[in-house]
Write a protein that binds this ligand. Sequence first.
Ligand SMILES: [Cu+2]
Length: 148
Amino acid sequence: MLRQLHPGLLLYSLLFSALFSCTPEQIAVRDAWILEPPPRSPAAGYLTIINHGTDPIELVRVETNVAERTEIHVMDHKDGRMTMRRATRLTVPGHDEVVLKSGGTHLMLINLRRQLQAGEQVAFVLQFADSTEKRVEAQVRKGGYATD
Ligand SMILES: [Cu+2]
């Protein structure tokens, strides 16, 4: 024998399944900031990318309209010296995070279109290999500032 489902209960169960079928955001970005550069110099940018998903994610492109281009730079140890090298992508393993920080991996804003001043906010778009785009705001800070 078929019993009719109460309409309210049906709506409730639909909402319930909708809530649990949508996946939470896989990528989160926090603590984005830029070190205030000396005049006519490139600027270094730092941030933390968190991957909440199981699969690795890859940052493939970074853009901001304050610079002609933004590169991902990684540090290499060579004969006891640190050198920086451009990387074409940055991988964040599943359930992990990558911290871009002073002395380590960083963003390099090359050919700034204007002088950046401490206190201002700069918008960035981060593009990942799966074509996810993430907009972040980075604050310009003076050197020696604690990162968080
Ligand atoms: Cu660099």
